[in-house]
Design a protein around this ligand. Structure first.
Ligand SMILES: NC(=O)C1=CN([C@@H]2O[C@H](COP(=O)(O)OP(=O)(O)OC[C@H]3O[C@@H](n4cnc5c(N)ncnc54)[C@H](O)[C@@H]3O)[C@@H](O)[C@H]2O)C=CC1
Ligand SMILES: O=C(O)[C@H]1O[C@H](OP(=O)(O)OP(=O)(O)OC[C@H]2O[C@@H](n3ccc(=O)[nH]c3=O)[C@H](O)[C@@H]2O)[C@H](O)[C@@H](O)[C@@H]1O
Length: 442
């Protein structure tokens, strides 16, 4: 099948590459000329495990092409994916300007029937708006369907190639046939293609993200309560997660969720609710709790240094909003770096993938370390923000030698409390009793 993907960011590049991998002929379109040039030269523009190999393979097979020219990109395409940004507008709603602009541009360019697919996360009613914009200048028949994407960054290829479900919002049988054919190779394990009305498909995406953000936030609040009540959130997680109605996944307490989607999608759903005069109370709480959670460890850090961080240096392990990505959008690390520097501390940061992106944002206002131990040189304390695997079993003897104080603030609960106690570290984590040297000696 001939497929076009408009917008070649995280979702567009994964979508295009994976559909090329299943044998389609794919052209990806982007207005960012530098990005397209790099992709044309076989240089991948994002870090996503497993993507580079299939990206290169499909370029070599001539099944994956890149262009800045929309007309060229969509020529003869049977399916046109819109994988464009939908950032928050000033009022928190999803800004549809990128989607609607491309929809308008597409109209006069269509030469044959095509299925135009809203892959971006878009509010209820967007498919109707896209249809209206395309129709303004279209001279051929077309369908617009909603096909929200549920991939996670860091495991995007796996999620895309083996989706637990594919949701399609459309009433058109013609469009259904095209989508069935395109997705068939990805659903061989029997996972379902779920058809529904387009408004329900659009809502499904926001409901999924808002539910997951709420689940995490609920656990973060349980964690905060555990700290006050002397319970351990990790035990509570195991205790409730084994109930299949609750499930084991997405119950990990930490210093807040980040990323390009949960924050903006929860906000956008709240705005949609407001537009329908519905007071969606949980969403407001989720946003407030998550905002506060991101700097949850700051009071502990300040208290350790008797309220004064001026002149102190803090090593920060992890900058990406989660492991296996270089994405720093809404990353808790950024809030913590801001809080630390505002309090007068210096920051020495290390992340395996995200340092270039943070450097673009913060310049040389913080030190970017060569590795996790370089980050500790001359540092008074260690703050862990992202659970990269290489942080899980570090050389504690080396940490002890380099770090000025044996103190770790851990926003991702990487270490066992007993281990920290044995090693003699003061250790503050999330939703678990603090390990202090005083407590150890008591
Ligand atoms: N990043 C993620 O993990 C997921 C994102 N989504 C949704 O997918 C959509 C896209 O997200 P990302 O891929 O993360 O965004 P992104 O910002 O990484 O990529 C968007 C791309 O669109 C390009 N673009 C902008 N205007 C254009 C135009 N007129 N013509 C052609 N290209 C244009 C940009 O240059 C950029 O390369 C958003 O709605 C997002 O909410 C959904 C599921 C997962
Ligand atoms: O719409 C999107 O863009 C995507 O948003 C999320 O994917 P993603 O943001 O890539 O990453 P997640 O693995 O969901 O993690 C999001 C945040 O939640 C945090 N998290 C996750 C799980 C958990 O148990 N605890 C927790 O704090 C992570 O640290 C991270 O900051 C969803 O999981 C995807 O299904 C969805 O497609």
């Amino acid at each position: 099948m001939k497929v076009a993907v408009v917008g070649t960011g995280y979702v567009g590049l994964v979508t295009g590459t994976c559909f090329a991998e299943t044998g389609n002929s794919v052209t990806c379109v982007d207005i960012d000329a530098e990005k397209v040039k790099s992709l044309q030269n076989g240089k991948i523009t994002i870090y996503e495990p497993g993507l580079e190999a299939i990206f290169k393979h499909n370029i070599a097979q001539n099944r994956l092409k890149f262009t800045t020219n929309l007309a060229e990109g969509i020529k003869d395409a049977q399916v046109i994916f819109l994988a464009l940004p939908t950032p928050p507008g000033e009022d928190g709603s999803a800004d549809l300007k990128y989607i609607l602009k491309v929809a308008e541009d597409l109209g006069p360019l269509l030469e044959n029937y095509a299925v135009i697919v809203d892959k971006s996360t878009v509010p209820v009613g967007t498919a109707e708006l896209v249809r209206e914009r395309v129709a303004r200048a279209a001279t051929v028949d077309f369908d617009v369907v909603s096909n929200p994407e549920f991939l996670r960054e860091g495991v995007a290829v796996e999620d895309f190639m083996k989706p637990e479900r594919v949701v399609i919002g459309t009433k058109s049988d013609k469009a259904k046939k095209v989508m069935d054919k395109l997705y068939a190779p990805l659903l061989r394990q029997g996972n379902p293609m779920i058809y529904m009305e387009e408004r329900s498909a659009e809502m499904t995406k926001y409901a999924a993200n808002a539910f997951l953000a709420t689940k995490i936030t609920f656990m973060n609040e349980i964690a905060n309560l555990c700290e006050l009540a002397g319970a351990n959130v990790d035990d509570v997680r195991r205790g409730i997660g084994s109930d299949s109605r609750i499930g084991k996944r997405f119950l990990f307490a930490g210093i807040g969720y980040g990323g390009s989607c949960f924050p903006k999608d929860v906000q956008a759903l709240a705005k949609t609710s407001a537009d329908f005069n519905y007071d969606f109370k949980i969403l407001e709480s989720v946003m407030e709790v998550n905002y506060l959670q991101k700097t949850k460890l700051m009071p502990n850090i300040k208290q350790y240094f008797d309220g004064n961080l001026a002149g102190k240096t803090v090593a920060v392990w992890g900058l990406a909003f989660k492991p296996y990505t270089d994405d720093i959008r809404e990353a808790p690390a950024l809030e913590n770096i801001k809080a630390l520097t505002e309090a007068g501390a210096k920051v020495r940061a290390y992340d395996p993938e995200a340092m270039d992106n943070v450097r673009k944002l913060l310049g040389n206002s913080i030190y970017f370390a060569k590795d996790l131990y370089d980050a500790l040189e001359g540092a008074d304390a260690l703050l862990i923000v992202t659970e990269w695997p290489e942080f899980r079993t570090p050389d504690f003897e080396r940490i002890e030698t380099i770090l000025k104080n044996k103190v770790i603030f851990d926003g991702r609960n990487l270490f066992e409390l007993e281990q920290m106690q044995e090693l003699g570290f003061t250790y503050h984590s999330i939703g678990r009793p603090a390990v202090t040297v005083a407590a150890q000696n008591a």
